[in-house]
Write a protein that binds this ligand. Structure first.
Ligand code: ADP
Length: 562
């Protein structure tokens, strides 16, 4: 043996073990003081004792085998003996016929054999841990992870030292996690298919109506009453289609990483806006429709205004939709008493006395595309995404939602949210920093465009007045005091007085203040001559339709400042 082998504790250990084994001295007996030998001086026995004692303390099993075909066992620590359910090394030798091969589960022999083969033949001292199964004395199977190291000892040849960890439980956990992930992936695939099937069916219904009524309308060009009826039906189906697509987009956005925005808003104002927006719908059905925010002490909060409002809109819209004429729909917003300095817990409750929801269905109510089977009950064509969106928003905000209902007894949806509150100093600073609102006169003949554009601009914080053609606009400007309008947004092709005529008339007004008011033209036309005409009419900027909000805002900023 080379001198350096003695300095290597494991090689030293192997050397001593080999010596004892060759002389038929039982190591365990010797170390336990039950056997004596003069083969080794007492300090060597003590040294072997401390190495073996240390090996019994390490985390997993430790085993030394010869690197031959049989893999004769030279040493096993207590943890390994315990792993294979043996009491002593003698017990292990008897059970395995002193061959590590016997411990390995037969089907995994090639993994274990391959491992020692590659270590010997490729002279590879260290390699990746191998996972394989072993058989315990009682016949049970355990999974182990084996990190082996090959040593060459002069007198014995190659020896494998293995650190063996029992990973049966870890593998079971991994297996379960893998299975769960697989289940989730399968569920996602099923959900995606169901989504596509549902959506194509749901889109087809209003599309068929649009195509069918368009064809009927074409055949009824001279029957105004019938034509009006068909156009109304086409409009209803188109709105349904738009609503559906918006909901699909919303659901998709919620399931992707669409982060929430935290902005200053007022919970009660928002409640009021939702209430007002749906009031015509409630009045149509002659409902007793109420809003109560009296219990909210901290209404100024930070939240994603658009999402919070949408959540309320969906709930209140459903309550009105599924309540028969003469029923009651109430919105109640309350605040819990024990809020902190920074936040408070709010409950938004939407309660109706409508048709209610069956016990079976209520458990699935937040799932996408779920709707009451018996849709004749309500007579409403539903896509079943509104509540999925509500739940998605509530989840994103870290809140909870509860649905309580019984058939024909109405429903109550309660959303609970912890929201960050604005401090008094936040509110004061904001009010002080708030610039005076800019006002815009929007001139547009198409009613729908006018409404959409006005709504968009109002949301951006502008005060909007509207005019349906150039003549009305000119009247409004002439009659107004000079600082009433900061800017005119002008459609170009309009009946009565078109945009260019209007602009020219404004520029010729006697009051220089009014005559110089900034004008932005909005036009669907992309002809160069139109741009030329706008220039001649002293229009400050000419933008293309449909409205590109960021470009419009930038142009407004350039003309009248932020
Ligand atoms: P949609 O996107 O079509 O509006 P929702 O997800 O909002 O659908 O609602 C799904 C279904 O839940 C509806 O078809 C209806 O059957 C039921 N539902 C929702 N709200 C109520 C309510 N307040 N009262 C009775 N049924 C309701």
């Amino acid at each position: 043996m080379k001198e350096q082998d003695y300095r290597h504790p494991i090689k030293h250990m192997i050397h001593l073990l080999h010596l004892l084994q060759m002389n038929h001295v039982e190591v365990e007996q010797l170390l336990a003081g039950k056997e004596q030998t003069d083969l080794l001086p007492p300090e060597e026995i003590q040294c072997l004792q401390s190495i073996c004692g240390f090996m019994d303390e390490i985390y997993g099993g430790f085993l030394i085998c010869r690197a031959d075909d049989k893999q004769q066992i030279l040493y096993a620590n207590r943890k390994f003996l315990h792993m294979v359910q043996c009491e002593t090394i003698e017990d292990l030798r008897a059970y395995t016929n002193n061959s590590f091969q016997q411990v390995v589960y037969p089907k995994d022999l090639n993994i274990a054999a391959e491992r020692s083969y590659s270590q010997t033949s490729e002279e590879q001292a260290e390699q990746e841990p191998e996972e394989y199964r072993i058989k315990t004395k009682s016949g049970s199977i355990r999974w182990v992870e084996d990190s082996s190291r090959l040593f060459h000892c002069e007198e014995i040849g190659d020896v494998i030292c293995s650190f063996i960890e029992d990973i049966t439980d870890k593998r079971a956990r991994q297996h379960k996690q893998l299975n769960d992930a697989l289940d989730r992936a399968n569920m996602a695939a099923i959900a995606k298919n169901a989504f596509l099937t549902n959506i194509s069916h749901d889109i087809r219904t209003p599309l068929n109506a649009i195509l069918g009524f368009t064809s009927l309308a074409k055949d009824s060009l001279y029957d105004m009453a019938a034509l009006q009826d068909y156009l109304n039906r086409i409009e209803t189906a188109s709105k349904k289609l738009l609503d559906m697509l918006n909901k699909v987009l919303e659901v998709t956005a919620l399931s992707t990483s669409d982060e929430l925005i935290e902005e200053e808003c007022n919970l009660c104002t928002m409640g009021q806006e939702v209430y007002d927006f749906l009031r015509p719908h409630a009045e149509e059905k002659n409902l007793f429709y109420t809003l109560d925010c009296s219990d909210v002490k901290h209404s100024d909060i930070y939240a994603d205004r658009q999402k919070l409002k949408q959540m309320m809109l969906n709930l209140v819209n459903n309550a009105i939709t599924y309540t028969e004429s003469g029923g009651t729909v109430s919105i109640t917003i309350t605040e819990e008493d024990e809020g902190s300095e920074q936040d408070a817990v709010y409950h938004v409750q939407v309660k109706d006395t409508g048709i209610g929801i069956s016990e079976d269905f209520i458990n699935h109510i937040f799932e996408p595309f779920s709707r009451e089977k018996n849709s004749t009950l309500s007579g409403v064509h539903s896509i079943g995404l509104g509540l999925t969106i509500v739940k998605g928003i509530v989840d994103k905000m870290g809140g909870s939602i509860e649905a309580k209902s019984a058939e024909s007894q109405g429903s109550t949806f309660t959303v609970t949210l912890r929201l960050r509150t604005q401090t008094q100093s936040d509110v004061d600073t904001r009010k002080a920093a708030m610039p005076a609102k800019r006002s815009i006169l929007l001139v547009e003949d198409n009613e729908i465009n006018r409404e959409i554009e006005a709504d968009l601009l109002e949301r951006m914080g502008f005060i909007i007045d509207t005019a349906e053609n150039g003549e009305v606009a000119l009247q409004k400007i002439t009659l107004a005091s000079p600082d009433t309008y900061d800017l005119v947004l002008l459609d170009l092709r309009m009946p009565v007085m078109d945009g260019w005529q209007t602009a020219t008339a404004i520029r010729h007004l006697p009051d220089p203040f009014l005559a110089n008011i900034p004008i932005i033209a909005l036009s669907a036309s992309i002809f160069l001559e139109d741009y030329q005409k706008s220039k001649e009419s002293e229009i400050n900027a000419h933008l293309a339709k449909p409205l590109n909000l960021p470009v419009l805002l930038e142009t407004i900023d350039e003309l009248i400042g932020k």
